[in-house]
Design a binder for this molecule. Structure first.
Ligand SMILES: [Zn+2]
Length: 252
């Protein structure tokens, strides 16, 4: 056999013992391996291949160095593992404003028309037989709704913290929740609508704090911590927040 199981390596990898115990990590020794390598399986399990007689400490360090990469791969695996979502959705959970919007397909011909009602029903009339057209219409509505919800939130957090911004732009993107330009334009992702109010508030504080420090230096984080003591937990929640965004929102 060219390979030998490293066994339940938990005891030998202190930081990772929990992961090994739950089967989220496996280490395999390989006679042919010349260096450490790893892959993340579709279930999120980290599989390390190590040259013979690699010290557990070396493996530990290798894993720690690639912590962020592992988290990204796991996030991707989780996204792919999500059950297929029906489209159009029956309702939208807009957590940011604690609103559930029920979608009512009214039928009809011609251009798609979305009519929001005060009673939290979004009526969609027109020809919805081409899914792409309906998706685009819903995406456009979401962008509009994002401005309605996020603009007053940003204005009130700015007033409360005494921080100033020049203007707000709403985007729909896969990679970032927000940004702040050197001219003071704050861009917010419409996907924030699917996040809890405290998480959105943290992101607004984060972007406003960039008007003081255009970087992620210790001084920047100090400013954030002063305005939002719970920022670490909320920042982690936000990293996981992509899971709360329905797939159709980000489709092109
Ligand atoms: Zn930032």
């Amino acid at each position: 056999m060219g390979t030998a199981a490293f066994g339940p390596a938990g005891a030998q990898l202190p930081l990772w013992s929990g992961e090994a115990a739950t089967g989220n990590l496996s280490v395999r020794e390989s006679r042919r391996a010349r260096r450490l390598s790893m892959r993340v399986s579709t279930s999120g399990r980290v599989e390390v291949t190590a040259p013979l007689r690699t010290a557990p400490r070396t493996i530990e360090r290798f894993l720690s160095q690639h912590r962020e990469w592992i988290e990204r791969q796991r996030e991707k695996a989780r996204r792919l593992a999500l059950p297929a979502q029906p489209f159009p959705p029956q309702q939208l959970e807009l957590s940011a404003c604690e609103q559930t919007v029920r979608i009512h397909l009214a039928g009809g011909k011609g251009r798609i028309r979305l009519t929001p009602a005060a009673t939290d029903v979004l009526t969609i009339a027109g020809d919805v037989s081409r899914p792409g057209a309906l998706r685009e219409a819903l995406q456009a509505w979401l962008m509009h709704r994002a401005r309605e919800v996020l603009a007053p939130m940003l204005a009130s957090v700015a007033a409360e913290t005494g921080l100033h911004y020049a203007r707000l732009s709403i985007r729909r993107q896969r990679t970032r929740w927000g940004s702040c330009s050197s001219r003071g334009t704050i861009s917010l992702n419409c996907c924030l609508l699917f996040q809890r109010p405290q998480v959105v508030r943290y992101l607004l504080i984060h972007e406003l704090a960039h008007t003081l420090h255009m970087n992620h230096s210790p001084r920047f984080w100090q400013a954030v911590a002063q305005l939002c003591p719970d920022y670490r937990r909320l920042d982690r929640d936000l990293l996981q927040g992509w899971r709360r965004v329905p797939a159709w929102v980000l489709e092109r």
